[in-house]
Every structure is written in C-alpha cells, then in structure tokens.
Design a protein around this ligand. Structure first.
Ligand code: SIN
Length: 303
C-alpha cells in the first residue's frame, strides 16, 4: 500500500498536500467541493491582530500562466478566527496551519500568545507578503530581519513554527539559514514574486496598488530552484510551493528537496485540485512501485 505520510516537527500529515494560505480562505467554501479529510493540511488566510479590509480594488489581475494579487491581507483578525473558524476546521481530519502577519514584532508575538492556547497544529510566520506597507517584507527581506523576528517569536511560540519566505531577495539561502538558526521548525517557500501589469489604453497599472504578487504556473521554475538551493543548505524540512497544479509538479518539488507542498493558485481554477492531486499521487506511486513518497525527497540527480 502506498504511504504518503510525513512528519514535520512532530506533526503527522497523512499526505504532503497542504492548501496554501490566501487561496483557501478558512476552508468553508472548498468544503462544498472536496472532502477536506483527504488533504494533508490547510494553511488559513493570513491573519493580523486586528481585522483588515485589504487594499482597494482592482486587486487581482490575470497574467500569462498566473495571477497578480494585491489583496493586502484582508482578514477578520486573529480573535474572530479563534472564535468562529477553528471549530469548523476541527471537524475534519486535516492539520490546521495558521498564517500570521504583523506590522511589528510585538504584534506577531501577541498573535502567537493568543494562538498558543488555540486548538491548531502549527503557525506559519508570514514575513513575505509584498502587498502591505508595514511589517512582512520589512522583516523577511534580510537575514538579519528574519533572524530577529524568528528569535523573538520562537521565544513566545509553543506551537511548531514555519517561516514563510519571500523570493524577492538576492540570496534566499542566507535567509532560510537565519530562520533555521533562530529556531524555525520548517521553512515554506516561495511566497509571490513582486510584479506589475499596465493597461496600455489607460496607461495605468491594472492593480490599484500598482504592484502585486505573482503566483501560478509562471513562477514554478523559480520556486523549484529556490527549494533546491535551500534544501542543500538547511536541515529543517521545507514546504515547497509556487505554481503547483498537478501531481507531477508535487513530485518535482519533492525531488528538489521539499518534504511537503502547498497548493495555491490552481485552487481558483479547479476547486478540486488538492484532492485530485492526492488521488493522482496515489496512482503515480502504484504505477511506479513507490511505497513511501518520502523516498523521493531530495532525490534529484543534478548534472
Ligand atoms: C495578500 O493578502 O496581499 C497576500 C498575502 C501574501 O502574499 O502573503
């Protein structure tokens, strides 16, 4: 029988397919299309200490093989999440990862102290959203910034901690190492690539925020490259993401060195993508006589 189980910092996932933050809400809408029991985990929409309306519209633009978003972390706030959403998510046998974003390190720490007592499995520290003026990228784009926030959050955090990295940097390896050195249990990468689209008729950017984060199949080779580079340099597990839309993409990320993956933009195209991928991974393993999916992790054969 094919075994897709994996363990990250003591959290056992039934399979490596995790719905990516910002593409899956809090699971409610997708529960109408798929059986949430069949996916490894859900990383919920990025939460902030206070509710946020997000950026003005337009904040989504379609691009070749991808989308550009400048949502700006619209969310109901961490208190409303704890009050209204966890009990719904807990009805399903899937891991709950809570993505958090703050303006200051103090805000991140305050959210962590609230979530320490909540019935969730892991925290994903979002230091990589490109669409907000304060926080996030201000911490995530240098090794020093990532080291400082990881250190302070780690001190506060009683849950396993994932640090979600931005690709909008020169050297992602030094940033991943900074997270590892300060106690991150795992890193997830990549968040979106900063981009821009202009309407040539109005001569205005299509997004109200002028710029936004690019995701979807267009970014996949960048993401695979970064996972590969980081995997060679850190010892903590990597959760790979960026443009995954089918089981073959998942295999590619595992070969590059990811232990698990997050599936994002493709959910907007096909709401059953996550469970389709799990089913197709099972068939792939059967066809290729692979007993443990984890056998593939880091098994790329470079030239
Ligand atoms: C957003 O809400 O702007 C996207 C979140 C992210 O990129 O982390």
């Amino acid at each position: 029988m094919s075994n897709m189980k994996l363990n990250i910092a003591g959290v056992e996932f039934k399979n490596p397919v995790i719905a990516a933050s910002g593409t899956f809400g809090f699971g409610r809408e997708y529960a109408e299309y798929i059986n949430l029991n069949n996916i490894g985990g859900i990383s919920v929409k990025g939460l902030t200490l206070e509710p946020r309306q997000g950026n003005p519209s337009p904040r989504i633009a379609e691009t070749p093989s991808g989308i550009l978003n400048s949502v700006g972390l619209q969310n109901p706030g961490v208190h409303a999440f704890v009050r209204d959403e966890i009990s719904f998510l807990r009805k399903f046998d899937t891991k709950i990862i809570v993505n958090i974003a703050g303006n200051t390190i103090e805000e991140y720490c305050e959210m962590v102290s609230i979530l320490n007592d909540a019935d969730i499995d892991m925290i994903e520290l979002n230091v990589s959203c490109p669409n907000v003026k304060k926080g996030c990228l201000a911490f995530g784009s240098t090794p020093e910034g990532v080291a400082e926030i990881t250190k302070q959050v780690r001190r506060e955090c009683k849950k396993p901690l994932i640090v979600k990295l931005t690709p909008n940097v020169t050297d992602i390896v030094s940033i991943a190492k900074a997270a590892e050195n300060e106690g991150a249990d795992a890193v997830s990468l990549i968040n979106t690539l900063l981009g821009m689209v202009i309407d040539i008729h109005t001569r205005r950017p299509i997004l109200h925020n002028n710029m936004g984060g690019l995701s979807g199949p267009a970014v996949k080779p960048v993401a695979v490259r970064m996972v590969y580079q980081v995997a060679k340099s850190v010892n903590i597990p990597i959760i790979g993401m960026g443009g995954i839309s089918n089981h073959e993409d998942v295999i590619e990320f595992l070969l590059a060195g990811a232990t698990a993956v997050m599936v994002g933009t493709t959910n907007f195209v096909n709401p059953t993508a996550c469970t389709d991928i799990v089913e197709n991974l099972e068939s792939y393993m059967r066809d290729k006589h692979i007993n443990q999916l984890s056998e593939l992790i880091g098994k790329v054969v470079p030239y």
